[in-house]
Design a protein around this ligand. Structure first.
Ligand code: SF4
Length: 384
């Protein structure tokens, strides 16, 4: 695949000590996977990511209990640009804002809190906080949690729903006279990431884009999935900041940043991968984990699922492994088999139907039973 880089010039957005967009180099960023209330571990991981070359480090927060922690984390990471992911609790934004440089909100997570307030009122409140605290904003749209109003407006066309949702939030920013924002449109399927970002870039050409393939999974497959999307987009000048999401243990989390820089350098040098057979067989999706991860065995579980299912590599089957009960149930609905982690058990699903809860030790055996049934059913269907 030989594509030439085409310059795309967006507006510049200053985020703490870095500037994204305009003629600035692509900023590689990453996210802590430690529990935010564990100050020592989160500070250590923030430094680990920054040392590897992360221009921005994101920290997840969705509870009031984490507010004292972010204050202390800020005090111990001076000079590092911090972003906070408000996850499903945008209401803590005012108390988090003094300690970070950027807030990320998900347009798909605004409707179910404070139902009496309109989306417009909520976004206006967030913009006011960003302005008062000298922050940037990321409008972070995710295919796994699209705002229901847009799914209803564009039935059967999820791609259009996410692009229109992002564009609507950009219009709100314009309406409120706020320009320090970036947008992301993420999915676990590389081609959807390419299509969504291309469409959005045409629709809102001056808005800097944060690229990401969610739940890309374990290396090396997670790296290949990410490259498939990022290469196509970066080569067209789309993507002013990037995050590579890999399932990695905490002591290797900085590899996301190393991989991110390598992709950017390769694209600039015209080096592209060629993997024509990739994606035609078994597809394992797994999240990069974050402060919500329910059990530290999650990464090991994802690795074990990969090893256990190697015998099914040629089957077009998707298995999703997610680290928590908040996003796990929804993010596994589209997979043929899904596992999401609780504190002491793992929930096994077949599409959106629950199979049951199993201990971390027992779930692999049951997964194999279900995978074998699926393979047999496929074989019987193709024989008929
Ligand atoms: S699925 Fe849960 S643990 Fe994994 S990244 Fe998403 S929110 Fe974090």
């Amino acid at each position: 695949m030989a594509e030439t880089q085409v310059a795309r010039k967006t507006r510049e957005v200053r985020i703490g000590g870095v500037t994204v967009g305009g003629a600035n180099p692509v900023v590689v960023q990453s996210m802590c996977a430690t529990r935010t209330i564990d100050i020592d571990q989160t500070v250590a991981q923030t430094h680990q990511l920054a040392r590897a070359g992360a221009g921005i480090v994101r920290i997840a927060m969705d509870s009031e209990k984490e507010i004292p922690a972010i204050k202390e984390i800020r005090a111990q990471t001076k000079g590092i640009t911090l972003s906070v992911d408000l996850q499903e609790n945008y209401r803590i934004a005012d108390r988090v804002a003094p300690h970070v440089d950027k807030i990320r909100y998900n347009p798909g997570h605004l409707h179910h809190i404070e139902k009496a307030r309109t989306i417009e009122q909520k976004v206006k409140w967030l913009v006011g906080i960003a302005r008062d605290n000298n922050l940037a904003i990321r409008i972070g749209v995710n295919c796994g949690s699209v705002a229901p109003a847009f799914l209803e407006k564009y039935p059967g066309d999820q791609l259009r729903a996410i692009v229109e949702s992002a564009a609507y939030h950009c219009d709100l920013m314009d309406q409120f006279g706020f320009t320090r924002f970036v947008v992301s449109l993420k999915d676990s399927e590389p081609q959807k990431v390419v299509d969504a970002n291309r469409r959005f870039a045409e629709r809102c050409p001056d808005v800097p884009i944060h690229l990401g393939v969610t739940e890309a999974g374990l290396p090396p497959d997670g790296i290949i999935k990410t490259r498939i999307a990022f290469e196509k987009l970066l080569a067209k000048g789309i993507g002013e900041t990037i995050r590579v999401s890999l399932t990695l243990p905490n002591d290797r989390k900085h590899e996301e940043v190393v991989v991110g820089h390598k992709i950017v350098d390769d694209v600039h040098a015209g080096r592209f991968i060629s993997v024509p057979e990739f994606g035609k067989g078994l597809n394992i999706i797994s999240c990069p984990s974050c402060s919500r991860v329910e059990n530290e065995r999650f990464v090991e579980l994802a690795q074990q699922v990969k090893e256990l299912t190697e015998y099914a590599a040629r089957y077009r089957i998707t298995i999703a492994v997610m680290g928590c009960r908040v996003n796990g149930p929804g993010e596994t609905d589209d997979a043929d088999l899904g596992l999401w982690c609780g504190p002491s058990t793992v929930n096994l699903k077949k599409k959106d139907k629950k199979i049951g809860f199993f201990s971390y030790d027992d779930v692999l055996g049951r997964l194999k039973v279900e995978l074998d049934k699926l393979i047999s059913a496929r074989a019987a269907a193709s024989a008929n």
